[in-house]
Write a protein of this length. Structure first.
Length: 268
């Protein structure tokens, strides 16, 4: 979701969802308390913050001046769980929502207008939540893509079934010029956009499992220099550690949102 509509002086080219349709274009966190959330991620991931143009409920995180993610204090307002969510670029939010519903998905919120675009929160037919965005992408989005500060992975019941659902909703592997490529590699479904790997889908999740790490879900990975330091900071600042290794750890922030930190030096 584009949380910043400002255009720095000298910027003449704005990337839109029409040119990168089907690809992940942003990640955003629904929160109950923006200030507390800022403090946690500043301590754990070293993020800097700036206000977005959509109002006091929205913030944008930066690393070395590059946009990383957004926070929207709308969990209570929209009566939804606190969670990290990936957003996919679409030419038409209305059409994407209709396609998802026709294929057994559900629409939780929207489409809602957030000038200069529109957004909706959906769930696929196994319950994994994702967002769609139609319109101009965040300023400096190309830097976000090139820096690859985030990566997304879908843990689902059946990777092939999920790939068919998302492919039909988001026009993956279609005949349209510029669409995302989908291939089966190393036991996973791999999504590429403009030649770069942008997402992976793996089987094995259990729909009836109460553990949110096992139920179908999109997991957001943030690239970091020191996984162990992030783990320590999360524990000190009210978060919890769900699992950890030398190159990766699954954490939960103080508000309950789950995310993964992955060593920047390991292959995704």
């Amino acid at each position: 979701m584009n949380h910043d509509t400002s255009r720095p002086r000298g910027v003449t080219h704005i990337v839109t969802s029409h040119s990168v349709f089907g690809a992940p274009c942003w990640v955003s966190l629904t929160s109950r308390d923006v200030d507390a959330t800022e403090d946690f991620y500043r301590a754990v991931l070293g993020w800097e913050w700036r206000s977005a143009k959509l109002g006091d409920r929205f913030r944008m995180a930066l690393v070395d001046g590059i946009p990383v993610a957004g926070i929207a204090a709308v969990a209570d307002m929209w009566q939804m769980a606190v969670a990290w969510t990936p957003y996919f670029a679409v030419p038409s939010a209305d059409e994407a929502v209709a396609r998802a519903q026709e294929r057994g998905g559900t629409a939780a919120v929207g489409p809602i207008s957030f000038p200069p675009g529109r957004a909706a929160l959906l769930a696929d037919r196994d319950g994994a939540t994702f967002g769609i965005w139609e319109g101009a992408l965040v300023v400096d989005w190309e830097k976000w893509r090139q820096a690859a500060p985030t990566f997304i992975r879908l843990h689902t019941r059946d990777a092939f079934d999920a790939a068919i659902f998302y492919g039909e909703v988001l026009d993956w592997a279609s005949e349209r010029s510029g669409c995302c490529e989908v291939r089966y590699e190393g036991g996973e479904v791999v999504l590429r956009s403009q030649g770069d790997i942008v997402a992976r889908i793996e089987s094995g999740a259990l729909g009836a499992e109460p553990d949110p790490t096992i139920r179908p879900h999109w997991q957001i990975h943030f690239a970091v220099e020191d996984v162990a330091a992030c783990v320590r900071a999360a524990e000190v600042h009210g978060g919890s550690v769900l699992s950890k290794g030398s190159d990766e750890a699954v954490l939960r922030d103080a508000d309950g949102a789950q995310f993964t930190v992955t060593s920047r030096h390991s292959e995704r």
